[in-house]
Design a protein around this ligand. Sequence first.
Ligand SMILES: CC(C)(COP(=O)(O)OP(=O)(O)OC[C@H]1O[C@@H](n2cnc3c(N)ncnc32)[C@H](O)[C@@H]1OP(=O)(O)O)[C@@H](O)C(=O)NCCC(=O)NCCS
Length: 175
Amino acid sequence: MIQIKPLKAEDVPAITQIEAVSRPTPWSEKQFLDELNNSNSDPAVLWETGQIIGYIIPWMVAGEIQIQNIVVAPTHRKRGLGELLFNVALGRGLEQGCSAGYLEVRESNKPAIGLYQKYQFQMAGRREGYYRDGENALLMNLGPFESAAEQETYQRLIENRANLLQKKIKFEIVV
Ligand SMILES: CC(C)(COP(=O)(O)OP(=O)(O)OC[C@H]1O[C@@H](n2cnc3c(N)ncnc32)[C@H](O)[C@@H]1OP(=O)(O)O)[C@@H](O)C(=O)NCCC(=O)NCCS
């Protein structure tokens, strides 16, 4: 059984280890711990049989959901778990009144770009040499939704995808 739970301070060493083998410029333990004191942040951790295997750090700022970080441990990828984390975070953002999304991604990161495009994020710009190692960043946007009807249509996409994921992955969200 997969569980999605809020991030706790004691989870930080385990997620920092996954981060170190997953991202070219990994976050430090302090960066993750700071999220616990950030009222805009809604960090969640993915558990399977007592082990942490992924996490997502979304911010809700001024009606916009911003994805700061999303990682699935290397040996657990391509099972739909990254999508599950993304789906849950977006759903919570919409519930809390967000009507737009924003994120930055390395230009070479095809898996992440594929995930974001699946949820209708679109290229909105490019920053040359944005990352510390000189790689370019792509800026991707969702919305902003212009009407309640547009937002409801997107909410249905989230729900439909969540139902499909529920059939594929046995999971529960622990608030
Ligand atoms: C991005 C990441 C979170 C995706 O997690 P995942 O659990 O492997 O992804 P899923 O199995 O849920 O796949 C969801 C979608 O992502 C895209 N995707 C995932 N892996 C992909 C790959 N290797 N190539 C292309 N698209 C891919 C696809 O659109 C996929 O949908 P599909 O299965 O219908 O084709 C994972 O690759 C990861 O942790 N990468 C390292 C950390 C990182 O780069 N994070 C993002 C930047 S902060």
